[in-house]
Design a protein around this ligand. Structure first.
Ligand code: AFP
Length: 348
């Protein structure tokens, strides 16, 4: 006797079942649903492209010193407005804002802090390549009613939820609340995110790496040697051929790695070393590192576990290696062996 196919599971049902299982509070469930709703609005704006009058530069710059795209500003506004009135947040921080913002006094405040990159990969917007929204959720420290930047400075291990929404051929929300990494695809006719991949597992080994090769001459020696060995292929020290992909949109590159494995790296280079790296720790590296670890992968600075980096500034940057566990471990070995071979400073 054939059994009817199990009914599709919506994000709402997934989160309600997680709440019943004690994995998520009602406020955190509401927070995630509010962020998901905002991502639907951003998906619509991104999808309009040239017809929406939202392509091109906004004519403004952000704290990163980067020119803002109109969609950077619009996505940021959508997320701010969506999260203001729900009573689930105490404050929020964004790549596009110099400092964090407490929830306006006219609204009730909750116990969570939300950090986000409202539109990551926005240099791809005008050429119609996938972009995304990245978000991270922390607890507001007990007793703090007016959260300031320093209250956001918690290590990645303190995240209670993390996720991204990738605006590609399909719009997908990928989420963890600390019990695995799961993917939801937006059903545009119904307007709901539907569970399409439960308990994602990243293959431990890979033959695919993602890095911006144009920076090669600026890398540290261990990174130069690591990539040279990848490029040497089957005849080289790695004994296998590798393929390369680079979208220049972290969300798209990480989504590919969560889907089929790989290693993503934005290492230190001479151009960004003074800033600590290219990618931002609090709302790019940390949420992606949690998603990847929850899917059985690894995430490192090249020398330490990313989730354990102690933050000192809201817009702090950090070198990033993440993806297939065995490959990240290999890349870290190149860095640690290089460091161990350096002459140790003479103790006076
Ligand atoms: P934008 O948001 O300014 O496009 O930067 C995207 C990003 O932060 C990350 O998503 C990419 O992996 C990385 O920068 C791309 O950097 P390059 O432009 O140097 O390749």
């Amino acid at each position: 006797m054939s059994h009817p196919a199990a009914p599709p599971v919506s994000l709402t049902r997934h989160l309600l079942e997680a709440q019943r299982a004690g994995q998520v509070s009602a406020d955190l469930r509401l927070l995630i649903e509010v962020v998901a709703r905002a991502c639907k609005q951003i998906s619509i704006a991104v999808g309009k492209g040239a017809l929406g009058g939202v392509l091109g530069d906004a004519g403004t710059g952000n704290v990163q010193g980067e020119a803002q795209k109109k969609l950077d500003v619009l996505s940021n506004e959508i997320l701010l407005e969506a999260n203001a009135w729900g009573g689930h947040l105490a404050g929020l921080a964004s790549e596009e804002m110099d400092h964090s913002q407490p929830i306006p006094d006219v609204y009730p405040r909750g116990n969570y802090l939300l950090l986000f990159d409202p539109l990551d990969g926005s240099s791809n917007i005008d050429v119609n390549v996938s972009v995304g929204t990245i978000f991270s959720v922390l607890r507001c420290p007990d007793g703090v009613t007016e959260p300031r930047d320093e209250h956001f400075l918690q290590p990645g291990t303190a995240q209670v939820a993390a996720g991204y929404c990738v605006y590609g051929p399909s719009t997908m929300l990928v989420l963890t609340i600390g019990h695995g990494t799961h993917a939801f695809t937006l059903d545009r006719e119904v307007g709901s995110f539907m569970l399409t991949r439960r308990d994602i597992r990243i293959p431990e080994e890979t033959r695919e790496f993602a890095v911006n090769m144009s920076n090669q001459r600026f890398w540290e020696p261990p990174m130069q040697r690591y990539v040279a060995d990848l490029l040497a292929g089957a005849e080289g020290p790695r004994g296998k051929d590798f393929n390369m992909r680079w979208v220049a949109s972290m969300v798209a590159d990480v989504h590919r790695i969560l889907t089929r494995g790989g290693i993503f790296s934005y290492p230190l280079d001479a151009k960004c070393a003074a800033k600590g790296g290219r990618l931002r720790l609090m709302y790019e590296a940390n949420p992606m590192a949690l998603l990847v670890e929850q899917a059985g992968g690894a995430a490192s600075t090249g020398r330490q576990r990313l989730l354990e980096v102690p933050p000192t500034q809201l817009h702090q940057r950090v070198p990033v290696f993440l993806g297939s566990r065995r490959e990240v471990e290999a890349a870290v070995r190149y860095h640690l062996e290089h460091d161990a071979a350096q002459p140790q400073p003479q103790v006076a």
